[in-house]
Ligand binder design. Structure first.
Ligand SMILES: Cc1cc2nc3c(=O)[nH]c(=O)nc-3n(C[C@H](O)[C@H](O)[C@H](O)COP(=O)(O)OP(=O)(O)OC[C@H]3O[C@@H](n4cnc5c(N)ncnc54)[C@H](O)[C@@H]3O)c2cc1C
Ligand SMILES: Cc1cc2nc3c(=O)[nH]c(=O)nc-3n(C[C@H](O)[C@H](O)[C@H](O)COP(=O)(O)O)c2cc1C
Length: 593
C-alpha cells in the first residue's frame, strides 16, 4: 500500500516528510525492509554502523518458471504473491531471461517447470537447459531449492523436464529443501500444498520482525484485472469464414471476435478459449452409464450430470486414468496392451489417443456384465476441462477491438467445433488473453523478420505483418508458408499477395507438399534459400517458427542448421552453437503446438 505521509499521523515537519516520501518512492522493496530494520535498531537506542546491518538480499530468493501454455507461469506468480504476503523479497524470472549469475547468487530457488514435446522442456527453457548441462553451468552451492514439475501422465515421459531440473540443481551443488513434485493435469491441490510447504520451509524473511510488527501491511490491490484463465470474459464471435477450398484435406476457419477495448493483446499472444463439449459426444457418453442421476458429486462439488459432461470435464480427449479403468471394466486385452509400461506401447498409446474420444472408447471396449459405469464413478476418472489456445492472427492497431483467429477443424474437437457453432449462430465464447512474452517482434523496427509458419502456424505472422505496417517498420519481412495444395489451402492468399505488392511483405516462399510427385515442405525452401537467409540472419534478422511441434519444428531446426553449414561455412558443432546463440539472443523464437 503506498501510504502518503500526509495521511499518516507523522511527527515529521513538511520538508522531512517530503524528503522521506520521495526517497522511499524510489527504493526497491528490499531496501525499504533493510531501512526499516536499521531505523528500528536506532529507535531502540543501539545505533549500528550502517555497514553492520545485513545488506538487502536482492535476488537471494528466486522463483524460476518454464512454461509453454501458462500453467507454470501462473503457479510461479501465485507463489510470488504468497511469499510477498509474508514479507519476503522475491524475484520471479522466466527460464528465457534467467542468467547463470542470477542462479549462482540465489540462496533460495523455487522452480516450476512443465514438460513439452516428447519429454522436452518448454521452448523458453532451451537455453537454460543447455547452460545447466554445459561446462559453464553455475555453481549453486549456496542455494536451497525445490522443483514443482507439471505434466500429463498420459505422456511416456511424465514430468521429464521437472526431473531433469531437479537432478541438475542438486548436481550443481544445490540443497534440495523439498522433494520434487511430479504433478499431473489435475494439480490444484498439490500446488496449494507446495506453496504452503515453501512458505514454511523458506528461510525467515529479512525483516521478519518488522513484518510481525505491522500485521496490517497489505499488498496494493492490482489495477482492474484483465480476463484471465479462471476469470474469462464472454466474447461474441462476429464472423466465421472458411479460408480453404472445397478440395482441401481439412477445414480451416478464419474467426473474428469482439474483444472489447480492455481486451489488450500484442502480436505473439494467444487467445484462450474454454470449450463446450459437442452435444453428440455428451449424449453418447451418457448412453453408456448405468444410472442417470440429476446431480452428481465429484470431489467437493455437486452439479447436474449434463453440466459436468458439457462444460467441466474432458470427454473429447482421453487420458490414462480413464483408459486404465476402462481396461479393467472391459477386460480388453487390446486396451491393456496399449497401456503396457514399455516404450513401444507408450508410442502406440500416444497415437491411439490422438483421434479417439471417451464415447469412442466406451463403445469400442464394452464393459463386462456387472461392470457398467455409474455416473459418479465415471466422472471421477475424467479430467477437468482445460482451455485451448489459439495464436492471435491480428494486430489491434489494424483491427481495433477485434481478435482474429485461424483455426483448423478437428472432428468433434471441443473448442474448434464450439467456435464453429458460435461462429455460425453469432453466440459468445468464454475467452481470455494468454500472453506470450517470448514470441515478440524485435523492439527495433529496423530489424528484418523471417517467419516460418506452415498451416495454421501462419496465424501470428498475419498479426506481425499488420503490426509492422502500422508502426511503419523499416525492417524487411520474409514469410515461408506451406500446406498440401496451392489451389485449396493457401491461407490468406490474397492478403499476402496484396502485402507483397504494397511492400509490407518483401519475400514469400511457398511449399505445397502434394502438388507434385515428390513432397516439398518449408524446410526444403529454407535450404534452397540458404545464401539469402544467411545474409538476412548475419544482418541481424530474427527468425520465428510457428505451427506443428511434432515434425515441423524439428525439421525446420535441422534445416536452419544446414543453412549455417552450407552458407555460413560452419561445421556441425559451430552451427549448433550458432543456433543456440540465436535463441539465447531471442532472435530464434518458436511457438509450436
Ligand atoms: C500455443 C498454442 C497455439 C495454438 N494455436 C492454434 C492456431 O492458431 N490454430 C489452430 O487451429 N490450433 C492452434 N492450437 C491448437 C489448439 O489449441 C487445439 O489443440 C486444437 O484446436 C484442438 O482442440 P479441440 O478442442 O478442437 O480438439 P480436442 O477436443 O482437444 O481434441 C479432439 C480429438 O482430436 C484429437 N486432436 C486434437 N488436435 C488434433 C490434431 N491437430 N490432429 C489430429 N488429432 C487431433 C485429440 O486427440 C482428440 O482425440 C494451438 C495450441 C497451442 C498450445
Ligand atoms: C504438445 C504437448 C506435449 C506435451 N508433452 C508432455 C510430456 O512429454 N510429458 C509430460 O509429462 N507432459 C507433457 N505435456 C503436458 C504439459 O506439461 C501440461 O499440460 C502442463 O500443465 C503445461 O504447463 P505449461 O502451461 O506451464 O506449459 C505436453 C503438453 C503439450 C501441449
Amino acid at each position: 500500500m503506498s501510504n502518503h505521509l500526509a495521511s499518516v499521523a507523522t511527527p515529521l515537519d513538511l520538508d522531512a516528510s517530503q524528503w522521506l516520501e520521495e526517497w522511499a518512492a524510489g527504493q526497491p522493496q528490499a531496501v525499504l525492509w533493510w531501512a526499516s530494520g536499521y531505523l528500528a535498531a536506532r529507535a531502540q537506542g543501539a545505533p549500528p554502523a550502517l555497514s553492520a546491518v545485513a545488506a538487502p538480499a536482492a535476488d537471494a530468493m528466486l522463483i524460476l518458471t518454464a512454461s509453454q501454455t501458462g500453467n507454470s507461469r501462473r503457479l510461479g506468480e501465485r507463489l510470488r504473491e504468497r511469499l510477498v504476503s509474508v514479507g519476503h523479497t522475491v524475484r520471479l524470472v522466466s527460464a528465457a531471461d534467467v542468467t547463470g549469475k542470477q542462479l549462482a547468487a540465489a540462496t533460495s530457488l523455487w522452480a516450476v517447470v512443465s514438460t513439452q514435446g516428447e519429454g522436452d522442456p518448454p521452448d523458453e527453457a532451451r537455453g537454460l537447459w543447455e547452460l545447466l548441462s554445459g561446462r559453464k553451468a553455475p555453481k549453486l552451492s549456496q542455494a536451497t531449492f525445490a522443483v514443482f514439475g507439471l505434466g500429463d501422465s498420459s505422456y511416456p515421459k511424465f514430468c521429464e523436464a521437472g526431473k531433469f531440473l531437479d537432478e541438475r540443481l542438486a548436481t550443481l551443488g544445490g540443497t534440495r529443501l523439498l522433494a520434487r513434485v511430479d504433478a499431473d493435469v489435475e494439480y490444484a491441490d498439490e500446488a496449494d500444498a507446495w506453496l504452503e510447504a515453501i512458505v514454511k520451509a523458506a528461510p525467515a524473511p529479512i525483516a521478519a520482525n518488522a513484518s510481525r510488527q505491522s500485521p496490517l501491511r497489505s499488498v496494493a490491490p492490482l489495477a482492474a484485472r484483465q480476463a484471465e484463465r479462471d476469470t474469462p470474459r464472454e466474447v461474441p464471435v462476429l464472423a466465421a469464414q472458411s479460408i480453404v477450398g472445397k478440395k482441401a484435406g481439412r477445414a480451416v476457419w478464419h474467426y473474428e471476435l469482439e474483444g472489447g477495448a480492455d481486451f489488450a493483446y500484442e502480436p505473439g499472444d494467444s487467445l484462450g478459449i474454454w470449450p463446450v463439449n459437442p452435444p453428440t459426444v455428451v449424449a453418447r457418453v451418457k448412453a453408456q452409464l448405468a444410472d442417470a442421476p440429476a446431480q452428481v458429486t465429484r470431489g467437493k462439488l455437486e452439479r447436474p450430470l449434463e453440466d459436468w459432461l458439457t462444460e467441466h470435464l474432458e470427454i473429447t480427449r482421453v487420458a490414462r486414468p480413464f483408459l486404465e479403468a476402462q481396461a479393467v471394466r472391459s477386460d480388453s486385452s487390446e486396451l491393456k496392451g496399449l497401456l503396457d509400461k514399455t516404450p513401444e506401447a507408450a508410442v502406440r498409446l500416444q497415437s491411439f489417443m490422438l483421434g479417439v474420444n471417451a464415447a469412442d472408447v466406451l463403445e469400442r471396449f464394452p464393459v463386462l456384465t456387472g461392470q457398467a459405469w455409474s455416473a459418479a464413478d465415471l466422472l471421477a476418472v475424467l479430467r477437468p476441462l482445460t482451455p485451448r489456445l489459439y495464436s492471435i492472427a491480428s494486430s489491434r492497431k489494424t483491427v481495433g477491438d477485434e481478435v482474429h483467429l485461424t483455426v483448423a477443424g478437428v472432428t468433434d474437437g471441443a473448442a474448434s467445433t464450439h467456435l464453429w457453432r458460435r461462429g455460425t449462430d453469432g453466440g459468445v465464447v468464454r475467452a481470455y488473453i494468454e500472453r506470450n512474452e517470448h514470441f515478440r517482434l524485435p523492439a527495433d523496427p529496423s530489424r528484418d523478420v523471417i517467419m516460418i509458419g506452415p498451416g495454421t502456424g501462419v496465424a501470428p505472422f498475419r498479426a506481425f505483418v499488420q503490426e509492422r505496417a502500422e508502426i511503419g517498420a523499416s525492417g524487411r519481412h520474409w514469410l515461408f508458408f506451406g500446406a498440401r495444395h496451392f489451389d485449396s489451402e493457401f491461407l490468406y492468399q490474397l492478403e499476402w499477395q496484396q502485402a507483397l505488392k504494397e511492400g509490407r511483405l518483401n519475400r514469400l516462399d511457398l511449399a505445397f507438399s502434394r502438388d507434385q510427385s515428390t513432397k516439398i515442405y518449408v524446410q526444403q525452401r529454407l535450404r534452397e534459400r540458404a545464401a539469402d537467409l544467411w545474409q538476412w540472419l548475419e544482418g541481424g534478422a530474427s527468425v520465428y517458427v510457428c505451427g506443428d511441434a511434432t515434425h515441423m519444428a524439428a525439421d525446420v531446426h535441422a534445416a536452419l542448421r544446414d543453412v549455417a553449414q552450407s552458407a555460413g561455412r560452419l561445421d556441425a558443432a559451430a552451427a549448433d552453437a550458432w543456433l543456440s546463440d540465436l535463441a539465447a539472443n531471442k532472435r530464434y523464437l518458436r511457438d509450436v503446438y
